[in-house]
Design a protein around this ligand. Structure first.
Ligand code: SF4
Length: 288
């Protein structure tokens, strides 16, 4: 499996203390993504200008702490990362076999306190579907609490339900055309999977990343509320996550322009009104 980040986190990616794995690759292209290094399946070279050394590239793609990515695109050897290990340049992901991953997780299980466990997120965790499903099955058999954070767009997501203790799903927009414009793909499968999860999964947490000028209009919020109200609610919790620009530096380190502007910040009063409306419908709001 391709993993671009891993580490412990408390409560934000599931209950308790969790070992969180970020899986490489995503089928959406959200310009506000805070983990852009995980977007492309093929990975990306991440640079830290301060530590970038000319001498790690035999093809002269690095000069004066600047990387010429046009040269890298033609490069077969990638000597900068295959022959060197520096802070200045690295490939976004590392590969690990399912056997080794399961062993690593079980070995860390003494750290899973307060109802914790392991979380798979991304990128989009379900892009590596077969490996993810196999891993979830083995961890469930070992009694490990599992959480998956997903954009919900995989057509076989339901197959994973019996092996996911806590399912965390993003709901970015209810309007299909707007969703396509914002993320590059339709939301039809996501909406269907959220409906199924609300019916079938015992522990579903739905998150809305609230982005100014993308999904914070009165019409968008009305659509969300209508959709949420239509879901079975005893097993479902909801949460709003306001836009932040934590990912900005990472976009630059990947060599990409960060296109979000200040307009993406959502007014606190909009968030509060939306949150109050969710509670007003008798739905369960859960802050993580
Ligand atoms: S990918 Fe190739 S061309 Fe680019 S910095 Fe690394 S070694 Fe040089």
């Amino acid at each position: 499996m391709r993993i671009f980040q891993k580490g412990f986190n408390y409560s934000q990616d599931g209950f308790g203390n969790r070992l969180v794995y970020h899986l490489q690759g995503c089928n959406m292209k959200c310009p506000w993504c805070s983990n852009p290094e995980g977007m492309r399946w093929e990975g990306v070279l991440i640079t830290e200008e301060e530590w970038l050394l000319d001498e790690v590239c035999p093809h002269h793609a690095i000069r004066d702490k600047q990387l010429d990515r046009a040269v890298c695109r033609e490069c077969k050897g990638r000597e900068c990362v295959t022959e060197h290990r520096t802070k200045g340049i690295r490939l976004s992901y590392e590969e690990i076999e399912v056997d080794a991953l399961v062993e690593e997780i079980i070995g860390n299980s003494p750290m899973f306190y307060d109802g914790g466990g392991v979380t798979f997120t991304g990128g989009e965790a379900t892009l590596q579907f077969d490996e993810l499903l196999e891993t979830l099955k083995r961890l469930t058999a070992a009694g490990i609490h599992t959480a998956v954070e997903t954009n919900g767009a995989h057509p076989r997501l339901q197959e994973c339900f019996p092996y996911i203790s806590q399912l965390i799903m993003d709901c970015k927009l209810c309007d299909e055309e707007k969703h396509r414009r914002a993320t590059s793909i339709s939301n039809a499968q996501t909406m269907e999977n959220i409906r199924r999860a609300a019916e079938l999964h015992p522990c579903l947490h739905i998150r809305v990343p609230l982005i100014g000028k993308v999904n914070d209009s009165e019409e968008d919020i009305r659509d969300f509320l209508e959709f949420f109200q239509s879901l079975r609610d005893g097993n479902v919790t909801f949460e709003l996550l306001s836009y932040h620009e934590f990912g900005k530096k990472k976009w630059e380190q990947c060599g990409w322009e960060y296109q979000m502007t200040d307009a993406a910040h959502v007014k606190e009063e909009t968030v509060k009104k939306f949150r109050d409306s969710i509670r007003g419908l008798g739905l369960n709001y859960m802050r993580t």
